[in-house]
Design a protein around this ligand. Sequence first.
Ligand code: ASP
Length: 337
Amino acid sequence: MIRLGLFLLALSATSALSAPPEPGEAPLTIVIHGGAGALERGRYTPSEEAAYKSKLSEALDTGYAVLESGGAALDAVEAAIVVMENSPLFNAGKGAVFTREGENELDASIMDGRTKAAGAVAGVTHIKNPIRLARAVMERSPHVMMIGKGAEEFAKEQGLEFVKRSYFRTEARWKAYKSAVEKEKSEKRGDKESGLPHDFKYGTVGVVALDANGDLAAGTSTGGMTLKRYGRVGDAPIIGAGTFADNNSCAVSSTGWGEYFIRLTIARDICAQVEYAGKTVAEAANNVIHERLQESGGDGGVIVLGRNGDYVMEFNSAGMFRGVRQGEVKEVAIYRD
Ligand code: ASP
């Protein structure tokens, strides 16, 4: 009995403390998501599906090209997120969902797994690429998070690109907003807990990457949830909830019902299970999404990438826009298939 105990102890110690791979040992990898939600098959026409898949594929290739040319995971994360922020298809940058007041307010964050530095912005309204501003907060300010007007003041100083608020508006999101307003009126209720009808959010974007140095990074960008209250901040800019990266464990980007992801510190919990309990990224993500998140009543998904190149794209919603590129492996998907 004692022997078995010692053996098990030795086993778990080996997996928890195994040395990180040498630079270049783990495969260059990029994993992306474009939001999770009620994405049942048949929700999109074949041509809409093709448009989503082609944009996901472009984002993957853009980020992977950075990694292949020896670039940092952080640069790959930013480059791939910018592709999706600039696309009207996703709920980030152009194409962001509308607040209760019919405006767009954007949140983003980024984290460097090598240094554990992080940057985040919330409630910005004129910044074309919020992920760039999050990175500027991380690298060029002494802070981790800046919000609203102050964040935009800082963006001005840093020479970031500003756009009119109307830049973010797309007809599809405006229609979704109008129908959410109507639905809420006719049902005379939102969801009791959050006041948000949770089937009206899709398309947050997130990226995790592993570079030739063996460094991990993660980033997330979103317009939040349709009908969110003025000033509501979701999980995407919260380090440990929407985004987390640490070379000692893993890199995570989340999407889903943000309030649950904040309460459960989803991203950090996954990496903590990997770091302290010696779980694989698949075991940790499975526990957090299918047990902890599921039991709490929340929904959504995560992309997780370990320092050895193990990755997982896990969700408890009907679907999640997602993709991975690792050497010859390249996949994009929407539904649970
Ligand atoms: N997590 C985002 C938020 O709550 C929304 C989403 O991922 O769809 O703001």
